[in-house]
Design a protein around this ligand. Structure first.
Ligand SMILES: Cc1cc2nc3c(=O)[nH]c(=O)nc-3n(C[C@H](O)[C@H](O)[C@H](O)COP(=O)(O)OP(=O)(O)OC[C@H]3O[C@@H](n4cnc5c(N)ncnc54)[C@H](O)[C@@H]3O)c2cc1C
Length: 395
């Protein structure tokens, strides 16, 4: 019996869903609105909870070739540059969690997943296909396009990102609101990075009202730099390489240490994102209803302050595959399987969403709270920065 899964969206979450479903024996039809598969943006950190999944999908070798594997995570004061605390990663992470802590370019992860999808052979990829509406019918789910095209499958996964059309129809809860943070992102050739900062580490520079994260990508050839400030959301949600962004960044970093200012000056092109999120999930019906499930940012857009949005999409996909695998009776067992997926996922994701919000408050703390943060990291750095509940998770 052929079991057909429709997937809306071909980002990291949609491709991961396709890999997991195909591995579970499903045929997948994936619809992406863009005319080509591509990922904009810059870098990603992937904790061992995410790299473990890629390894289980046979992608450990590809990850090894594409990613960097930082030796430590170092928290620094953005004002003074002083080290506040550190967490060894590298070999310690492998030993403790059985999987590496990786940093890589988003397009490298996207490409890795696309190749895994193509190698699996059970997925039909359709570009230039923006999903507008779906209908749950007695035999399954139908997708309809403006040109009159209709396709039908047994279930639908909405992996269409933070502005998800599938979510809007399923939950009708309006667009994800802006958080009041702007993320400026740049990639620097490692050769242009000031020598003292050319290290194999993830650095988090914590300020009052801002923070900066840097780490190597592209096998260490480039440094990914993200500056997150508080500010009014501009009308344009995402702009890339626009004149004036470099000046904005330098102005934001005016009170920071010279090393950080030098680092930002070494970047030639910046992109700016206005961040959006939603409140932590409050129940499984926000992730699946009937034969329709949500996955990744469509289900739970979060602040990137725990570096876990893509990791949660990978975890969702792995769980989805596990739940879909045994389904034979499409009428009864399929909605139950998607319900199980949602039950297994929602509390875990809600915890990550809540912790991401909390991290933002800590990273941007001012006054006495900031002093307490710096003192706490100095005394308990490793204990505060290591997160076994997060990194030790297995789907
Ligand atoms: C500054 C920043 C830093 C981050 N850092 C990290 C990090 O270090 N680690 C980490 O794990 N996560 C990080 N994230 C989060 C991560 O980028 C996202 O959680 C992840 O990319 C979500 O993937 P997705 O596939 O769910 O959504 P998306 O990547 O948004 O993909 C959605 C796809 O659906 C397509 N689409 C949209 N609408 C339709 C439609 N109607 N029909 C068909 N296709 C459609 C889009 O074109 C897109 O290809 C960060 C995010 C930001 C903003």
């Amino acid at each position: 019996m052929t079991r057909q899964l429709l997937v809306a969206g071909g980002g990291i979450g949609g491709l991961a869903a396709a890999v997991a479903a195909a591995r579970a024996g499903w045929e997948v039809r994936l619809y992406e609105q863009a005319q080509a598969f591509a990922e904009v943006g810059a870098g990603l950190q992937l904790g061992p909870n995410a790299t473990r999944i890629l390894q289980a999908w046979g992608q450990g070798g590809a990850l090894q070739r594409l990613a960097s594997f930082p030796e430590r995570l170092v928290a620094r004061s953005a004002r003074s540059g002083r080290e506040l605390g550190r967490l060894p990663l590298g070999a310690r992470c492998l030993k403790r969690y059985g999987a590496p802590y990786a940093t890589l370019h988003r397009s490298d992860l996207h490409e890795l997943l696309l190749r895994a999808v193509q190698a699996g052979g059970a997925t039909h990829l359709h570009l230039d296909s923006p999903v507008e509406r779906f209908e749950q019918v007695p035999e399954g789910v139908q997708l309809a396009w403006a040109d009159g095209r209709i396709v039908e499958g047994d279930a639908l996964v909405g992996a269409d990102g933070v502005w998800s059309a599938v979510r809007e129809q399923l939950l009708a809860d309006g667009p994800a609101p802006p958080t009041g943070h702007l993320a400026y992102r740049a990639l620097l050739p490692m050769a242009d990075v000031p020598a003292a900062l050319r290290t194999l580490e993830v650095s988090a520079w914590l300020g009052p009202r801002l923070h900066v994260v840097s780490y190597p990508v592209c096998g260490g050839e480039q440094l990914n730099l993200v500056v997150i400030v508080q500010g009014t959301p501009p009308e344009e949600h995402r702009v890339w390489d626009e004149p004036g962004l470099a000046e904005d960044v330098q102005q934001a970093l005016a009170g920071c240490c010279p090393a950080l200012q030098d680092l930002a000056r070494a970047a030639s092109a910046w992109g700016r994102w206005s961040l959006c999120d939603r409140a932590p999930l409050s129940g499984p019906s926000q992730m699946a209803q009937g034969r329709v499930a949500l996955l990744g940012d469509a289900a739970h857009p979060m602040r990137p302050f725990l570096a876990q949005g893509a990791a949660m999409a990978l975890e969702d996909a792995a769980e989805l595959g596990r739940c879909l695998g045994p389904v034979q009776d499409l009428q009864l067992a399929l909605p139950a399987a998607l319900g199980r997926y949602a039950v297994q996922r929602w509390q875990r994701v809600a915890q990550v969403q809540a912790r991401s919000r909390r991290n933002g408050e800590v990273f941007h703390a001012t006054g006495l709270q900031r002093l307490g943060r710096d003192l706490g990291l100095g005394l308990l750095g490793r204990r505060l920065m290591d997160l076994p509940w997060l990194y030790g998770h297995t789907a």
